[in-house]
Design a protein around this ligand. Structure first.
Ligand code: GLC
Length: 565
């Protein structure tokens, strides 16, 4: 946080830590992470130095998609805790100055949601069915899907139901798994249902919402066939990026702004998960009256390449700035940065094929690059998100056995897409012992294994090992976060503050080929070397922090430095 006193909302420069609750920490020993486990580890997050936590879904769910299939939007899955436990978590987090953001999943619910069960039990055309997108099938017997849309998780986006009288019946739309029926956003009853949910969580002092598939929700009213577009393209289509979304987000903004900004947790935010094919597609979401924020996936999607990264940063800095569009290099849908950068790949949701395994000779470069990328992430203007385990340098677990995989993508693609389990393996807290400290020590009992198996080498990445090691990933993140809080040029940045939102947030400096060098005022210079050989550091007074050894004024390959300049 900069030292300038200002009234700007906290979220414009917050570093938010994404918690995947089932994989963070398990307090009750059932092998599944829970809210109590997280509450007990709040001192760890406060020590790391983040400003807020985003919790991915912790609601009751049959887990067809890791909890993104919500059966009850206003409760806590009993395996993860209770509403009272949520309140305690928020209260204890507040004592440590940490805000809590919850995940809102408005595109679809679970097929076990009571409204969907009621729709199945009701007749075609009934108000119950109108909450979802039911249609008759095509073909003489109605046994072909209503249109040719494909699920993001592979296979058709439609599933046929059996009518209450036992006959084969209508089909329902699910852009994701069959266990995730899409809501009908053209029905006002859906809108008021979600307004209540939003008020419910904000009323429980959630600091904001992360909005799942915020580019989905509205579908072309004709549900017409698509020609030549796959769901993964993330281009505007009959089901993504519809213009109707923006009127809805204006209404949600009014709700967010109706909460008292003067008391902790302050002005409420909502950050949309919008996957896009180009910045132009993202632009309409950045209207001043819309969602406060949308994720900026430009860094995630870029390969480890100086020109590509610079272009990705410039485009987004011009379009929105990191205060409206927080920077991110990883999340629970994308292969871990260490592994991705080793393979020279950019990230996309749902796939992690062809990535290096532990022991592959290119992996060490991945570690160096991920450390450098962390310094880049935290030096850029505005807000940034960190996904749990990124601060430990966890690699993607590419060697998970098929039978352990849970991601519906793996099953629906017939095993051709490994899916996202490799970045969701429960965290290692201790270097050895039962589940590396993820679950409590079961004593003389065998104990329940974690819900996803941890690899044998997991302990070498443990929190316990890294806390005491001055050269660890964790130490790098903690040092960077501390400096970021105290340095006036970092975060939102004093210069930007003084000159207004349109002032220079960062200025690129010339550097040798393959480097990224920029200045932020007052007195900060960032330099990263993505090339093959060492290069001279730009002029500076002092090295504040570096992701690797910096000697004789030289920046080695795959290394970044924060400089006083
Ligand atoms: C978002 C979530 C992802 C989930 C999907 C469907 O992309 O981040 O994990 O599978 O939406 O809800």
């Amino acid at each position: 946080m900069s030292t300038v006193t200002s009234t700007r909302p906290w979220w414009q420069e917050a570093v938010v830590y994404e918690v995947y609750p089932r994989s963070f920490a398990d307090a009750d020993g059932d092998g599944i992470g829970d809210l109590d486990g997280l509450r007990r580890r709040l001192p760890y997050l406060a020590d790391l130095g983040v400003d807020a936590i985003w919790l991915t879904p912790f609601y009751p769910s049959p887990l067809a998609d890791g909890g993104y299939d919500v059966a009850d939007y206003r409760d806590v899955d009993p395996r993860l805790g209770s509403l009272a436990g949520f309140d305690e978590l928020v209260a204890e987090a507040a004592e440590r100055g940490l805000r809590v953001i919850v995940d809102l999943v408005p595109n679809h619910c679970s097929s076990e949601h009571p409204y969907f069960e009621a729709a199945l039990a009701a007749a075609p055309g009934s108000p119950e069915r109108e909450m979802f997108l039911f249609r008759d099938g095509r073909g003489p017997d109605g046994d072909e899907p209503p249109n040719n849309w494909q699920s993001v998780f592979h296979g058709p986006a439609w599933t046929r139901v059996t009518e209450p009288d036992g006959r084969p019946g209508q089909w329902y739309l699910h852009l994701f798994d069959a266990g995730q029926p899409d809501w009908n956003w053209r029905n006002p009853a859906v809108n008021s249902y979600f307004e209540d949910i939003i008020r419910f969580w904000l009323g429980r002092r959630a600091a904001g919402l992360r909005i799942d598939v915020a580019h989905g929700l509205f579908k072309d009213p004709q549900l017409a066939d698509l020609s030549g577009l796959a769901a993964e393209d993330h281009a505007p289509s009959a089901y993504f990026h519809r213009a109707e979304l923006h009127e809805l987000y204006r209404l949600w903004r009014v709700i967010l702004d109706s909460f008292e900004p003067d008391e902790f947790p302050g002005a409420r935010t909502a950050v949309g998960e919008v996957w896009y094919d180009s910045p132009a597609t993202l632009k309409p979401y950045l209207d001043a009256t819309g969602l406060p924020q949308v994720f900026n996936f430009n860094l995630i999607m870029s390969r480890w390449d100086a020109a590509e990264l610079r272009q990705a940063i410039e485009v987004m800095d011009t379009l929105a700035g990191g205060d409206r569009a927080p920077w991110v290099i990883g999340n629970h849908d994308v292969a871990r940065p260490v592994t991705r950068y080793a393979g020279g790949q950019g990230g996309q949701p749902n796939g992690a094929a062809g990535l290096p395994r532990i022991g592959d000779p290119e992996l060490p470069a991945g570690f160096r690059r991920a450390r450098a990328a962390a310094l880049l992430l935290l030096a850029l203007p505005g807000s940034a998100y960190i996904y749990q385990g990124e601060e430990l340098g966890l690699p993607e677990v590419v060697e998970l056995p098929d039978e352990a995989r849970q991601d519906p993508t793996f099953r629906r693609s017939g095993g051709t897409v490994p899916g996202r389990d490799g970045c969701r393996v429960p965290l290692p807290w201790t270097s050895g012992g039962h589940s590396f400290g993820f679950s409590p020590d079961p004593g003389d009992h065998p104990g329940t294994p974690p819900w996803l198996p941890q690899p044998s080498y997991w302990g070498q990445y443990s929190v316990a090992r890294q806390l005491a090691d001055p050269d660890s990933f964790f130490t790098l993140y903690r040092d960077a976060l501390r400096l970021r809080r105290s340095h006036p040029a970092l975060g939102y940045g004093e210069a930007a503050d003084l000159s207004g939102a349109s002032g220079p947030r960062m200025t690129w400096l010339d550097g040798p080929a393959g480097t990224l060098v920029f200045r932020r005022d007052p007195g900060f210079v960032f330099a990263a070397n993505l090339g093959q050989g060492a290069v001279p550091l730009p002029p500076h007074r002092q090295v504040l922090l570096a992701s690797g050894p910096v000697e004789d004024g030289k920046l080695p390959p795959d290394t970044a430095a924060w400089l006083a300049g």
